[in-house]
Design a protein around this ligand. Sequence first.
Ligand SMILES: Nc1ncnc2c1ncn2[C@@H]1O[C@H](COP(=O)(O)OP(=O)(O)OP(=O)(O)O)[C@@H](O)[C@H]1O
Length: 299
Amino acid sequence: MADTTTDRQDGPGGRPDEAAGGPAPAVRVEGLWKRFGEQIAVGGIDLSLPAGRFIGLVGPNGAGKTTTLSMVTGLLRPDQGTVEVAGHDVWRDPAAVKSRIGVLPEGLRLFERLSGRELLGYTGRLRGLDGAETDQRATQLLDVLDLAGARHKLVVDYSTGMRKKIGLAAALLHNPEVLFLDEPFEGVDPVSAQTIRGVLERYTSSGATVVFSSHVMELVESLCDWVAVMAAGRVRAQGPLTEVRGDAPSLQSAFLELVGARDRDAAGSLDWLGGSAGGAAPRTGSGPRTDSNTDGGAR
Ligand SMILES: Nc1ncnc2c1ncn2[C@@H]1O[C@H](COP(=O)(O)OP(=O)(O)OP(=O)(O)O)[C@@H](O)[C@H]1O
């Protein structure tokens, strides 16, 4: 399992000078801590995420991904540690960082009473873009993200997937250097997921950086060329995808091993759940069920 940031693998957005130690990392985190009462959400992590990559931040529920992304993007103050994004200290120079990043946070809050088009117009003004530029970019983003037909609909009436897409459009409008996405594909149908994917690939191919969190290993494996694995508030591995995966048959297997979940057979104890093994007889009537199955049928 690797912890390297310099050994470039082929993938979208590759920069040849990186291997020579060229550009600064997109994100550098040192000794980052966050506690909520007794709970250590993030326990002193170091991260160095290279620029120009498609980076996946993965980990089981409660691993500390959202807390980390919130601290990295200036939404949550760390207890300890430093964060630099695009060479600027997030907590000492927040304006410099915020002008260079786009964020699609978890539990995205939007201005619900604006239409999608108005939301982008407002975002453009907040970002200091001139009207004509905002108009052009907004029209293109709405079109590419298949929201043109819903541009006059109020955001409050958007579906989950539409909200993700308008949030992504708002995060991309000012063409940030680094884009942070917390679970961007959650609740998104396969067609919209493909659209989002295309937009992100286009974005990284011009040298920009995407950092996104996800639980879906297949997705991370197919999209990312660099991954960081978190569990219980710590970073278990970080590096090029191929190195983190190592000899494992898939990122999923490597992930289960890294987070220590391989031997868990929690479902085995639920022997009352579902049918019996070997194709249970369908339940009929209201009589008692006979469970001859003793190995759980869940494996
Ligand atoms: N505001 C909060 N108050 C108290 N505890 C919190 C708070 N935010 C997060 N935590 C705790 O910190 C830990 C890390 O949570 P976090 O949301 O960062 O994990 P995650 O990896 O994003 O999880 P998931 O994949 O389920 O979204 C969890 O134990 C969580 O309960």
